[in-house]
Design a protein around this ligand. Structure first.
Ligand code: ADP
Ligand code: MG
Length: 852
């Protein structure tokens, strides 16, 4: 029985007992004081039930006027008790009548219009206000959204009505705590409902504003709005108003200063008296308007949302229906509902992410057989013997993991994570050598030319050492070979079908965009004819002109710089080749599982012995001069330095401009005697490569750069990394920066100079001084800044996560488990009941996942 029904029962009993206050033990007052809250709630529920949300405020205010929570029934005489009773029954009857008439009219409407009754069954939001334009209609179908406003929304990526439904509030302000005016407490967010006694334009301080006196039964309060004199016109005397805000004190009297307000009409409250959504805004969009529009959109369109989640999953995971979740995330009944709505919608994100990732794994791994390589131990041990060092235990372990994969007739899909300098390239080189030994081609793709060149040089060095160990073989470096290509005579094993191991020449080539077109053409031909064994390159590798003869292994370096599409483009160049992707950006395991669930994971979690840590110091800005003289001394000792300029998030153009100014200032005023270079994101790629080359060659002493300074680049003589505006960077990024120095035997230094140092920022930067483990810093980063900042999913080519937290292990695992279960029962989503899900999946994975 609802609270309202039991109220009626109790009161009827009391009448039958002759107004003797005997209906409930302890007296009616005690019962009412205790139950009023619950009755009020059941009122909201019952009106919601009959889809009359818009009448809620009206009935609530009627209910509040009865003031049951403070009833004084026991002190009345019988006549007063009767009058009181009549009053309460009057309200109860009105409620009953309204509810009855709604039920009735709804029924008759349904019977008149069969399409409507169909609609009602799927609708969760008020179908009475339901609108029929599709969810892909432009938002200008919403009243008040002009094309001009639509342009502003476009900046927030909101274009269609459906986007607006998925335009979620960042948070809520809790204005649900309603108080009688006499009980308002200073300093708290509270809500009152009262009558406007007076409202006028007033001078507040020295500006014009609005001043109103609002009263309820318990007292009056002054309310002021600064700088908004026009508001006075909206407030008619005697109008009912809801005021939500923080109560302050002015000359000893309580006052609301510029609170949210809303006139009490027959409409549901959206700015006051509830959990009020706070949306992310952009220039020219105002909170009150945006709330009005989102409310209208939710009421009008949420019913159209097709709930794509299979009902079994919803039941098992206790998830809200989609339209209800959308309605509740915008205008939640209470915090619990807000959480449940968030729970449902973030489940969707993770679940779709997992399904897409699983589909990719299936397509790549199980779709077609891969190439099983023969692993010749002789080749491996010879290669290892020639290294000037022994592998670390972590390298050994990872090597075994990779070799095990390469032996399978299933294509390898492996992510190799390891800190800068942990020795990933050696492992990759060995894998490439094995591919070549099996008669396949191997490719290594790096994000920049400088990095590609560096890899090319390293690989040639490693392999030429192997070749010179064999006395009968001589390195044929360069002789007779084309530019960008080296032929290295190297001990390798031929494909086992030929039996035994023989030695032959290996040809290694560098394919980069800056080759001339005739050079490129020549190289393309050789690659196509299988005359090149190992190809190192940039994006140039995945251009459509590049055809491999027999690509068996694709290695991708600095994975996060490439999107999923580029990754699969390289994969498509071969007949289901093995794929190894490498990254120096450490990703915590939970996150890696989700984002790269299609890849198996290997981690080199150990640095080669004797590797020194980069001494890191967080300075104050007044220590800058000292830092400069330190740089000077290092340069006179033959070292080089980086100076990183502050990050300007909003604009790369501004960032470049600031870097240029800084570069000019430093060249003129601080280091007039040194050679400085400038690097920023607005420079053309070729120019950037040029500057990096000069710096690497030692022709520049100091490189002034924005954050573009290339990940993974080796400048052995660089010993100082100075970062300006250090507090603006994430810990992982700072760690990447300092990985650029101290690559040699010499001590490396990292000087962090913050611009503004809050206590939190100081604490964060202090971590850089103490912690030298990239993974630990990444975990901290995630904790402090959240995954969005840490690792924009958009750059990895995965669907965006708006609500889901990759740090929320429990949700992650729930979504993963459900995705796996579903995937096992219907891997191709062929069942009829999975069609909405299938459509949703291709929507969020536009261009990404391959559904067969
Ligand atoms: P990453 O690609 O992981 O940043 P590299 O493979 O470029 O690392 O290795 C960084 C440097 O460390 C190279 O000069 C390499 O020769 C050296 N190196 C790699 N493995 C070892 C090891 N086990 N012991 C000593 N030095 C190593
Ligand atoms: Mg590297």
């Amino acid at each position: 029985m609802t609270g309202i029904d039991s109220l009626r029962n109790v009161l009827e009993l009391e009448c039958r007992k002759g107004y003797t206050d005997k209906a409930v033990i302890g007296g009616l007052d005690k019962y009412l004081h205790k139950q009023a809250g619950q009755i009020r709630q059941s009122l909201v529920l019952s009106l919601n039930e009959v889809k009359m949300k818009e009448l809620i405020p009206q009935f609530l205010s009627g209910f509040d006027e009865l003031n049951l929570a403070n009833s004084n029934y026991s002190s009345y005489g019988v006549d007063e008790r009767k009058r009181w009773m009549t009053n309460v029954f009057g309200w109860l009857d009105k409620l009953e009548k309204t509810k009855g008439s709604i039920r009735h009219s709804e029924r008759s409407e349904e019977s008149r219009d069969p399409s409507l009754s169909l609609r009602v069954t799927t609708a969760v939001a008020e179908p009475r206000q339901g609108r029929r334009e599709g969810l892909d209609s432009p938002i200008t179908v919403i009243k008040g959204i002009t094309p001009n406003v639509a342009n502003k929304f476009a900046k927030l990526n909101v274009r269609a009505v459906g986007d607006l439904l998925y335009f979620f509030p960042r948070r809520y302000v809790d204005y649900s705590r309603r108080k009688p005016i006499s009980e308002l407490i200073e300093g708290e967010e509270q809500t009152i409902i009262g009558t406007i006694w007076q409202a006028r334009v007033a001078t507040l301080g020295n500006r014009r504003g609005t001043e109103a006196i609002v009263g309820d039964k318990t007292g009056n309060i002054r309310v002021v709005w600064f700088n908004q004199p026009y508001l006075a016109r909206s407030f008619r005397t005697n109008a009912r108003v809801v005021i939500s805000g923080t109560v302050g004190l002015f000359k000893g009297h309580k006052v609301f200063e510029s609170p949210e307000w809303e006139l009490l009409k027959d409409k549901e409250l959206i700015h006051t008296g509830r959990l009020v959504p706070v949306y992310p805004l952009t220039q020219g969009l105002y909170p009150r308007q945006v709330r009005k529009w989102t409310k209208e959109t939710v009421d009008g369109y949420a019913w159209q949302l097709d709930d794509f989640l299979p009902s079994g999953i919803k039941t098992r995971c206790q998830l809200l229906d989609l339209p209800a979740a959308i309605a509740q995330i915008h205008y939640p009944d209470d915090l619990t509902m807000a959480e449940r709505a968030k729970g449902r919608l973030s489940f969707d994100e993770l679940f779709l992410l997992q399904l897409g990732v699983l589909a990719r794994k299936r397509d790549w791994k199980e779709g077609q057989p891969g190439n099983a390589f023969h692993i010749d131990q002789e080749v491996i041990s010879r290669f290892l013997q020639c290294l000037p060092f022994t592998l670390t235990r972590a390298q050994e372990r990872v090597l075994q993991e990779i070799l095990t994969d390469l032996k399978q007739a299933k294509a390898m899909s492996r992510l190799l994570q390891g800190e800068v300098g942990s020795g990933k390239t050696v492992i990759a080189t060995l894998a490439l050598l094995i591919a070549a030994a099996n008669g396949y081609q191997g490719a290594l793709m790096a994000p920049t030319e400088v990095l590609a060149e560096q890899h090319y040089t390293n690989i040639c060095n490693y392999l030429s050492k192997v070749s010179t160990q064999e006395p009968s073989l001589r390195l044929r470096s360069g002789q007779g070979s084309e530019p960008g290509e080296r032929t290295i005579r190297c001990y390798t094993a031929e494909h086992p079908s030929h039996g035994g191991s023989v030695s032959r020449s290996l040809t290694i080539a560098l394919l980069i965009g800056s080759l001339s077109s005739s050079e490129k053409e020549m190289l393309h031909d050789k690659i196509k004819q299988g005359k090149v064994d190992i190809i190192v390159g940039t994006h140039a590798l995945i251009q459509k002109e590049v055809e491999f003869n027999k690509l068996g292994l694709a290695v991708i370096d600095e994975q996060h710089r490439f999107g999923v599409l580029q990754r699969s483009a390289l994969r498509q160049k071969g007949f289901n080749p093995h794929v190894l992707v490498m990254t120096a950006t450490p990703i915590p395991r939970t996150m890696a599982l989700t984002l790269y669930g299609d890849l198996d994971l290997s981690v080199i979690d150990e640095l080669p012995p004797g590797r020194q840590v980069v001494k890191t110091k967080c300075l104050e800005s007044q220590d800058r001069e000292k830092a400069y003289s330190f740089l000077h001394r290092q340069v006179s000792n033959g070292r080089q330095a980086f100076i990183i300029c502050p990050l300007i998030e909003e604009s790369e153009v501004l960032e470049a401009k600031a870097a240029k100014t800084e570069y000019e200032r430093l060249s003129r005023e601080v280091f007039p005697d040194l050679k400085l270079g400038l690097l920023h994101g607005q420079m053309p790629g070729s120019e950037k490569e040029e500057v990096m080359r000069h710096f690497r060659a030692g022709e520049l002493d100091i490189l002034v750069s924005t954050s573009v300074v290339e990940v993974g680049i080796d400048v052995p003589r660089a010993s100082v990394m100075m970062v300006e505006g250090a507090e603006r960077f994430g810990l992982s990024q700072l760690h990447q920066f300092r990985g650029r120095v101290g690559r040699d035997k010499e001590q490396g230094y990292c000087l962090l100079i913050p611009e503004k140092l809050s206590p939190e920022a100081r604490e964060r930067l202090r971590l850089m001084e103490k912690v030298h483990d990239g993974f630990a810093l990444a975990e901290k980063d995630l904790e402090i800044r959240g995954p969005g900042e840490f690792f924009g999913t958009h750059q990895s080519g995965l669907p965006d996560l708006k609500l889901a937290k990759l740090t929320d292990l429990r949700s992650l695992e729930l979504a993963r488990r459900e995705a796996i279960t579903l995937f096992q029962s219907d891997p191709n989503l062929k069942k009829a009941e999975h069609q909405p899900l299938r459509q949703q999946l291709s929507r969020v994975w536009a261009g990404g996942a391959e559904w067969s």
